[in-house]
Design a protein around this ligand. Structure first.
Ligand code: ATP
Ligand code: MG
Length: 407
């Protein structure tokens, strides 16, 4: 994606006497034949030179030597060769030094597969044998692994995320260093932890990610996350059959035998948005309710659930259940949901032939919470039990309901 534009950036830099390369993730993904989502460029040109050479530069990360360059409508990050200064608090440093040599820039990168550069003619610069590690399918730290994880503990999670995304093993020395430095993960911002976890669950080998998180004890600082990856590990392979991150999180939590409360705690700990938290917590609660035994498929009574939780939530639930029962290829759950939904003559209170105001007038009663309660009852009757959706029939039923309430 965007290679023609990127090559023009490399060309322009070279024409002005600078070196320029594709670098990092894009080179790795090209070599693997995987889709490339963004192309990063590195150069010995200083940011000031880059700004001078291209129209509309955006100084996105000047302090780190990064300038965003626009070429035919696409943006590319162009970063000056650099090494990193002192690391503080096990996080990436705030200051960097520009350097003249590509090798030094590659040396600061995390894993050998991410420490390769390629010029515009396709010549690979691979001082740490990243290509061999790709062929051997291993994630290997550049340089001395323990030191690299001490510099920046986010690399612990990145390593596991890459192993899951590519279905690679972690090289034994790198894995050992991960186990040793695992407690340092506690220094990393939860938002970054969450993003790496999301990528791990969305990968092609989430079970590998889950198993590695368990084995390396990366979450020792959080008893709940420890339990999650330990208990859900054996079921995590199912995530590849699920459609959304909401479903993936919910099925993991359900597989770990968490209730809604524990689900909410994990979401809070990872500072998920209110919306994501609600969606996940509701799904965990429903999974526990309709399917108390993990993996045992049984008929779901969709009618009341559709009326109480809405169609969207029920579709998420059906997808999640199908993931749980995947080995049985349980399509019936969706057919049942569909059939129940289509068969309901009314689907929400808004579809009823009477409004709250009509009830109030007909009953001569003060407004109050009785209105929504009666409307809900009418909805269930009309949607599932054959009560005709006409003003007469609904008001008649409403009167009976109110009379019963008043007794
Ligand atoms: P993705 O497919 O997720 O974008 P990526 O390898 O491109 O993977 P980025 O986070 O986009 O990852 O980073 C680009 C490059 O910067 C990496 O390939 C790696 O060389 C380097 N890099 C990123 N994060 C780190 C880190 N924490 N420590 C060392 N190098 C890093
Ligand atoms: Mg990238």
């Amino acid at each position: 994606m965007g290679k023609e534009q990127a090559v023009r950036i490399l060309q322009t830099l070279e024409e002005h006497g600078f070196e320029a390369y594709y670098v990092g993730g894009c080179v790795r993904d090209w070599l693997l034949g995987r889709p490339v989502h963004d192309i990063d460029i590195c150069t010995n040109a200083h940011p000031g030179d880059v700004i001078r050479l291209f129209p509309d530069p955006v100084p996105t990360g000047l302090k780190h030597g990064t300038v965003s360059v626009k070429m035919n409508g696409l943006f590319f990050e162009v970063t000056t060769f650099r090494t990193e200064g002192k690391y503080e608090d096990y996080r990436r440093p705030s200051d960097v030094q520009f350097v003249a040599e590509l090798r030094l820039d590659l040396e600061r990168r995390d894993f050998t597969m991410n420490a390769m550069a390629m010029d515009r003619r396709g010549n690979l610069q691979d001082p740490f044998d990243g290509r061999k590690d790709l062929a051997d399918r291993v994630v290997r730290a550049v340089g001395e692994p323990e030191q690299r994880f001490r510099e920046d503990a986010l690399r612990l999670l990145r390593g596991i995320r890459f192993a899951a995304q590519l279905d690679f093993a972690i090289e034994p020395g790198t894995l050992l260093a991960m186990k040793k430095t695992a407690p340092l993960l506690a220094h990393i911002a939860v938002e970054r932890v969450r993003e790496e976890l999301n990528k791990t669950w969305d990968s092609q080998a989430p079970h590998k990610g889950c198993q590695l998180l368990h084995e390396t004890k990366l979450f020792a600082y959080s008893p709940l996350l420890v339990q999650l990856v330990e208990r859900a590990s054996a079921q995590a392979w199912r995530l590849v059959h699920l459609e959304s991150l909401t479903q993936k999180w919910a099925v993991l939590m359900y597989a770990a035998a968490f209730d809604e409360e524990a689900a909410r705690q994990i979401c809070a700990q990872l500072r998920m948005s209110k919306r994501d938290t609600e969606a996940i917590a509701v799904l965990v609660a429903l999974l526990n309710r309709v399917q108390p035994d993990w993996d045992v498929s049984k008929a779901v009574e969709w009618g009341p659930l559709l009326l109480a939780k809405g169609e969207k939530t029920c579709r998420e639930l059906a997808s999640a259940l199908r993931g749980c029962w995947w080995n049985r290829r349980e399509e019936a759950v969706f057919r049942d949901l569909e059939a129940t939904y289509n068969a309901m003559p009314v689907k929400s209170v808004k579809d009823l032939a009477v409004t709250g105001m009509d009830l109030q007038v007909a009953m001569q009663k003060k407004p109050g919470e009785w209105i929504s309660r009666v409307l809900d009852t009418l909805l269930i009757q009309a949607a599932l039990h054959g009560l005709p959706n006409t003003p007469e029939a609904l008001l008649e039923a409403a009167k009976r309901e109110v009379a019963r309430d008043e007794h």
